[in-house]
Design a binder for this molecule. Structure first.
Ligand SMILES: *[C@@H]1O[C@H](CO)[C@@H](O)[C@H](O)[C@H]1NC(C)=O
Ligand SMILES: *[C@@H]1O[C@H](CO)[C@@H](O)[C@H](O)[C@H]1NC(C)=O
Ligand SMILES: *[C@@H]1O[C@H](CO)[C@@H](O)[C@H](O)[C@H]1NC(C)=O
Length: 503
């Protein structure tokens, strides 16, 4: 190397590496995308956490060209398999690698390099088949599927929701339930039966278009695993439907509330983005982590909020912001419920990408008609989340601890200004809470967790059925999309050695 090159190296490269002391060999690696043969998703994903020589987590982006992922395979015609891979820099020393396979792959080779080191923990070579999402090759055993996906043993929310339904005899309640809720102007719902891993349904109400979300998750799951036979009712609206003091009917809903007994499922929004990330949706809990480019120190110290006028407190927020312009940048984007107050609370600001919300240090979650379904995406970002206290909840809210994962504010927002001032004065704590929020989402609300939650609920539910599960008059089959895929029969679980000896 000549002298000029040497000087160049000292001044340009060395500072880059010295500034952040990454020890590639200490990198932590985890996630379901490391087992592509066992775990099928539209986008498989895993995480990397960079660490230094003393095994301390790196907490900043190390800059470009540090992490490289190479993922390839062959299709059944022995051509290069069509795979789309992304490496998302989460700007906090961690990375997400995710990849979509468009066709069944064999001789799959994955390797991840950090600086000059190829990580053995993230290097895989698998014979295959590595199925694409559309493959209808259900795993025969629910239990071993759940083990493959590393689903939790149980969910306290599911236990809580189902404890009032120790057994369910639909022959006794089916007709009454339908009669009670068949009010086309008020409610929309579908009656589902899963029989021999096929989906059947009959829908009631005026707005049944949302069954696209329940259909697509059920179809996706039934392609992955043989679902237990069961029967259930799925509420297609936002509002939970079963008041606590009324006749107790079991109804699955996307949102729960303290004064209803609905059985809660992940929201249609989170369900869709979990199934369709690297597909039809741009915003999902993974992409939001990889698309924030404003580090904490550079964030604007204001509350940023955009949304519709779907609740009075959203208008109150505008009043509060006008009195405290140094703390807020908020705006109602659409008027529908309070059109007559548009003059006072408008005009709305122009549309801004959700990723740009995180140029601001503080985010706010105020209920819409029910829980605001943006909560998982807000928490997955790297700003501090303030949340209005509310009776509405989503399937994962019971994990949320106030002051640990978010800062609670009164339902009437009376302490909002005070809480924001507190956060400004306690920046280190605010930053820690923001980090904990993201960490929690990584533990409980990623695509894998959504799949696990549905399967776990269907499993628990099916065990409570005492009526015969049969396809009822007027139900139509919900068919799988046309897609050709070779399922391999060696997938079938073989009896283990110990059970063989019993034979
Ligand atoms: C380092 O990061 C990993 C992965 O996110 C996390 O589990 C661990 O708690 C972190 N360690 C510290 C000391 O923050
Ligand atoms: C509020 O935020 C928007 C979007 O980032 C920006 O264009 C606008 O200038 C901000 N308003 C104020 C008063 O800072
Ligand atoms: C707002 O809510 C808090 C806590 O619930 C309550 O103490 C306070 O009186 C309320 N303020 C107004 C103006 O209603």
């Amino acid at each position: 190397m000549d002298f000029i090159q040497f000087i160049f190296l000292i001044f340009f490269y060395i500072p880059l590496y010295v500034a952040i002391d990454i020890d590639p060999s200490k990198t932590l690696v985890w996630g379901p995308g490391l087992n592509p043969q066992k775990v099928v998703m539209r986008a498989r994903y895993f995480f990397l956490q960079l660490r230094d020589y003393q095994e301390r987590n790196i907490t900043k982006s190390p800059g470009k060209n540090i992490v490289f992922a190479s993922i390839k395979g062959r299709n059944k015609n022995n051509q290069a398999c069509r795979i789309w891979a992304q490496t998302l820099d989460c700007d906090d020393g961690s990375f997400i690698v995710r990849y979509r396979v468009y066709e069944t792959c064999y001789n799959f080779e994955m390797s991840v390099r950090v600086k000059d080191l190829v990580l053995t923990s993230a290097s895989k070579s698998e014979k295959g088949p590595i199925y694409e999402e559309e493959c209808n090759c259900p795993h025969p055993s629910l239990e071993s599927w759940m083990t493959n996906y590393e689903c939790p043993e149980s969910y306290s929310q599911i236990e809580e929701d189902l404890k009032i339904f120790p057994e369910v005899d639909f022959d006794k309640i089916r007709a009454d339930l339908i009669k009670t809720y068949h009010k086309p102007h008020s409610y929309s719902f579908c009656h589902y039966v899963i029989k021999n891993n096929k989906i059947y349904r009959k829908c009631y109400g005026q707005h049944v278009g949302f069954n696209i979300f329940s259909d697509s998750i059920l179809l996706s799951l039934s392609r992955k695993v043989h679902l237990p036979d069961s029967e259930f009712f799925m509420n297609l609206g936002d509002w939970p439907l079963v008041p606590k003091n009324n006749q107790l009917y079991p109804i699955f809903s996307w949102c729960g509330s303290d004064d209803t007994n609905d059985i809660v499922l992940p929201t249609y929004d989170l369900t869709e983005s979990s199934l369709e990330n690297m597909g039809r949706v741009m915003l999902d809990v993974l992409s939001v982590q990889g698309n924030i480019k404003t580090p904490w120190e550079k964030k604007i110290e204001k509350v940023f909020w955009r949304g519709r006028d779907s609740r009075r407190e959203r208008l109150d927020l505008i009043d509060i912001a006008r009195e405290n312009p140094e703390l807020f940048n908020v705006s109602i984007t659409n008027f529908f419920f309070f059109k007559n107050e548009m003059e006072k609370y408008g005009p709305g600001e122009r549309h801004i990408s959700f990723f740009d919300f995180f140029k601001y240090k503080y985010q706010l979650n105020i209920d819409g008609t029910v829980a605001a379904y943006r909560q998982p995406y807000l928490l997955a970002g790297d700003s501090l989340v303030f949340k209005q206290t509310s009776k509405y909840y989503e399937f994962f809210y019971h994990h949320l601890i106030p002051h640990e994962h978010y800062v609670p504010v009164n339902h009437n927002l009376s302490d909002l200004v005070e809480k924001v001032k507190w956060a400004k004065a306690n920046d280190d704590i605010a930053r820690k809470i923001a980090k904990n929020g993201r960490e929690l989402i990584r533990q409980v609300a990623l695509p894998r967790d959504v799949l696990c939650y549905y399967v776990s609920l269907l499993k628990e539910w099916s065990q409570r059925m005492i009526s015969d599960i049969k396809v009822l008059d007027g139900m139509e089959p919900v068919g799988q999309p046309n897609h050709v895929c070779d399922c391999h029969s060696d997938e079938v679980v073989k009896p283990s050695l110990s059970s063989k000896t019993e034979l």
